[in-house]
Design a protein around this ligand. Structure first.
Ligand code: GLN
Length: 446
């Protein structure tokens, strides 16, 4: 009731939720009370959460921030949200996002932009900006997000949260609407690393319904939070601290380095030599996969359908023309072009080769250091409207986050301080399945 009241009071301005499921939230809360009374509760029983509106939730609208799915009531539950239901967590509703998770500011949503609680003239980041604003504004305790190219870590950085993108395959993608399937990964967004550990404990694990989910045991993420950082080797990639990085963020990370050293870590410079190729490679691969994934929205089986179609071709054309927003159409066109005969080798195949080079850079780095410390974005949160008419300038803000998705490695964003009242973010990237270590390091720092 406390959170529902805050949503009522504050979300008119923040616009962090697309759908608030007050009635079912109160029912779930009552069931959680009963479970607690029966002595059969887990750590998340009764905890009010919110889910990015990209996770299918049975019997509820799952819009993906798009007019295309404004009328879509999901007939099934995603694995991630089902696991939270099984844990007894309460879902307050579904949070706003860039349309189909394509964006870095939550401005491309059909439901209007979300505002950053730290400064409501600014974006909360994206695409999981609704989840970020809801947690930062205390409109839920913690939330789920998804990260295809930074969409958990960048909004966490813009709103002073901790957000974890797990190793690709650690969290099931079943029932998470696909954007770029080889990059998408769900994860937690919360106030602390400790909360993220509790969330990930529920989310992580093998799922027979997702062929890319990995059959590997899930460690106890809370058990190692207090481990010492003595002897930890931290690498600073020199390519990430070059021109273009905001001075306050750079200073905040230097201060963090000193704190890590005081905690017993050794810090050294490393190199990720192909880092500058990440944006062009990502913005070929992600749209290519998106153009294929989004072909299912045809106006026939579910979602938006145009009025009075003249014939089948007219139905397809107008349903998609009217149902998708400008950024989604741009991605579909770029992706279709990159995959078309004659261009496939020049763009898609080339991008895949660059992807492998970027992965190799990480593998070489992890022979010298245990984790990599770097910024989450070149600047703190920017103003609403500032970049919306210049997609390339928006794409460039993803420079520090998308390499982890291309390589499939995990990353945790954590608060690095404030400048002029705005949160600054930083992230730690680790080898495959190093989530427990990343949470431990973030927890020790906090
Ligand atoms: N900003 C990136 C994009 O627009 C990443 C989005 C995401 O991680 N979902 O594709």
């Amino acid at each position: 009731q406390h959170y529902l009241k805050r949503i009522e009071q504050l979300d008119g301005s923040l616009n962090s939720y697309i759908t608030v499921t007050a009635e079912s939230a109160l029912e779930q809360a009552a069931a959680a009370d009963a479970r607690i009374a029966a002595g059969n509760a887990g750590p998340l029983t009764g905890i009010p959460l919110a889910h990015k509106d990209l996770f299918c939730t049975q019997g509820q609208r799952t819009s993906c921030g798009s007019k295309m799915l404004d009328n879509f009531i999901s007939p099934y539950e995603s694995t991630v949200t089902q696991r939270f239901l099984d844990a007894g967590a309460v879902s307050l509703g579904k949070t706003n996002l860039d349309e189909f998770a394509m964006g870095s500011s939550t401005e491309s949503s059909f439901y209007g932009p979300t505002r950053n609680p730290w400064d409501t003239d600014r974006v909360p980041g994206g695409s999981s900006g609704g989840s970020a604003a809801a947690v930062a504004g205390r409109l839920c305790v913690a939330a789920t997000g998804t990260d295809t190219g930074g969409s958990i870590r960048q909004p966490a950085g813009f709103t002073a949260l901790t957000g974890l993108k797990p190793t690709y395959g650690r969290v099931s993608r079943w029932g998470m609407v696909a954007y770029a399937s080889s990059l998408d990964q769900g994860g937690p967004m919360a106030r602390t690393a400790e909360d993220c550990a509790l969330m990930l404990q529920v989310m992580a694990g093998f799922d027979a319904k997702d062929s890319t989910s990995v059959e590997q045991p899930v460690p106890d993420y809370s058990a190692s939070l207090s481990d010492s950082l003595k002897g930890l080797r931290i690498g600073l990639p020199k390519e990430y601290f070059a021109a273009g990085l905001d001075a306050a963020t750079s200073d905040a990370i230097s201060a963090a380095v000193k704190q890590f050293q005081a905690l017993g870590a050794e810090v050294r410079e490393i190199s990720l030599p192909n880092a500058e190729l990440a944006i062009p490679a990502y913005y070929v691969i992600a749209p290519a996969e998106a153009s294929s994934n989004l072909s299912r929205f045809d106006g026939v089986r579910f979602g938006y359908r145009c009025d009075h179609p003249a014939d089948l071709t007219d139905l397809y054309k107008r349903s998609r023309a009217e149902g998708f927003g400008a950024e989604v159409k741009r991605r579909i066109m770029v992706g279709t072009y990159a995959l078309s005969a004659g261009y496939y080798d020049a763009y898609y195949l080339k991008a895949q080769k660059i992807r492998r080079l970027i992965k190799n850079d990480f593998m070489a780095a992890y022979e010298q250091v245990d984790v990599i410390l770097c910024p989450t974005s070149p600047t703190p949160a920017f103003k609403i409207g500032e970049k919306i008419d210049d997609p390339v300038s928006l794409y460039l803000t993803d420079i520090y986050t998308i390499t982890a998705n291309l390589a499939g490695v995990p990353g945790i964003a954590l608060p690095a301080g404030f400048a002029n009242g705005l949160p600054l973010g930083m992230q730690l990237l680790g080898p495959y399945f190093s989530e427990a270590r990343l949470l431990n390091i973030a927890h020790q720092y906090q």
